[in-house]
Design a protein around this ligand. Sequence first.
Ligand code: MG
Length: 363
Amino acid sequence: MKITNIKVGTLEASLKKPFKTALRTVERVESVLVRVETDEGATGYGEAPPTAVITGDVARGIEGALRDHLAPPLLGRHVEDLEGNLALVDRTLVHNTSPKAALDMALHDLWAQRWHAPLWRLLGGAPRTLETDCTISLNPPEEMARDAAEAVAEGFHILKIKVGRDPKLDRERLHAVRRAAPKAALRVDANQGWTTKEAIRILRALEDDGLDIDLVEQPVPGYDLEGLKAVTDAVAVPVLADEAAVGPREVFRLLAMRGADMINIKLMKTGGIRGALAVCALAEAAGVEVMVGSMMETRLSVTAAVALAASRNVVTRVDLDTPFLCADDPVEGGALYDGPRISLWETPGLGITGVRSGRGQPS
Ligand code: MG
């Protein structure tokens, strides 16, 4: 099966409510959509949300990288040569992990379609159900408590609490959420919002308060690996590296210095499934567990993350709630959502059967 055409378009979904972190506020999901077509009529789908504050990738940069650099060398190549195609994508440009991720998942989609099996199965996974957390956006404490109670009422057992703006208020936010959701597992994400000393102070205070926390995610700036290690060494709560854990090279360095207790994989950071599998192998070798998360993405690229998560035992947590946070769903087929429960699909590849495009037609 040969690649004959690669189209770049847009993919949009509105959110039920604004998504707020210490880094940004998002009102709408607006991604770049990729369709890779073949001489046998198959289509592979990929998605790249521009997340400039984390990956540095912006919409027009993603579109330009795909159209002008990454797509042309793939035309005429065989879908079956997955490793060769992915290696080509990786070496055509440095950085640009988001457009690479979109192509990587589309190529995996086609490869699995070629062998007539769902991608999660070809990656080694067995049928299972995953349980995601639900993100509580960064807001005043009483609003976060209301959102937490609502999420629990909707069936979520795990909450991901966004903090990282004003450490004193962050402590109040967490207490308010804990009162509203006494039984929920709490994951705390500071999105790089604290200094090393602030992080140690607040996390020790939360330990003294007896506030049971599952993990704390990226307490300090992503570039500050020494700071992250200092926090990891100083507190009992497990520290999960997100913005510091980009791709295999960064994760290798972080694990070698024992800078974090866990790694958060996102396809937009690793440049897709190939890089994510390398990160899984590194983490497993270091005895470190992995969480699979996403940016603000539609169910299309989240389905690729689900395939990865379902295929590796080292992945013990998933943070893939964005389809639940969306008010509409432009994707047909793929991973199925029922509150916090995510089920796998039986159709080949990513199982995507159709996509409603955003502004303009794919070109
Ligand atoms: Mg995070």
